[in-house]
Design a protein around this ligand. Structure first.
Ligand SMILES: [Zn+2]
Length: 163
């Protein structure tokens, strides 16, 4: 089932998000609904508060068929820095550069309830950091270094594709 995306400004995006204590079937279905909603909006990540559920859950899929269901995710290590443009399903038509760690190690529970640890680089690391920010009530616009007008996005990507 697709959910409507909560659009900023909405206090739902700023509320605390509850840790998952017990992974029920309903929550696993909710992950699938989040994924479906994300794909319907051409997103590469979505966090539960963006569909109005204040829970510590996010889904990220930067590369097709490489989906991460992140339950109670925590960044346990960060290395390097990188600056690149970001957008957000909850903030349509707004884009800007954000500094993120280049590499992160994340500990989380997967949809089977197994504790996982993954080290991610580059765009995947960026997407995971963006979603974990949502779980802390933080939006990328809180951190933007430079706004990029939507009509200049294509140019930006061309100029920075080898970064
Ligand atoms: Zn977002």
């Amino acid at each position: 089932m697709r959910y409507p995306i909560i659009i900023q400004p909405d206090e739902q995006l700023r509320k605390p998000n509850q840790e998952i204590q017990e992974l029920t079937d309903e929550l696993v279905y909710l992950l699938d609904d989040m994924y479906e909603t994300m794909l319907a909006h051409d997103g590469v990540g979505i966090a539960a508060p963006q569909i109005g559920k204040n829970l510590q859950m996010a889904v990220v899929e930067v590369d097709e068929n490489d989906r991460f269901d992140l339950i109670n995710p925590q960044i346990i290590d960060r290395k390097g820095k990188s600056v690149f443009v970001e957008g957000c399903l909850s903030i349509p038509h707004v884009f800007g550069t954000v500094e993120r760690a280049e590499e992160i190690t994340v500990r989380y529970y997967d949809r089977e309830g197994d504790e996982m640890e993954v080290t991610a680089y580059g765009y995947l690391a960026r997407a995971i950091q963006h979603e974990i920010d949502h779980l802390n009530g933080v939006l990328f616009t809180d951190k933007v270094l430079e706004a990029i007008p939507e009509e200049e996005l294509e140019n930006y990507y061309e100029e920075h594709e080898h970064d």
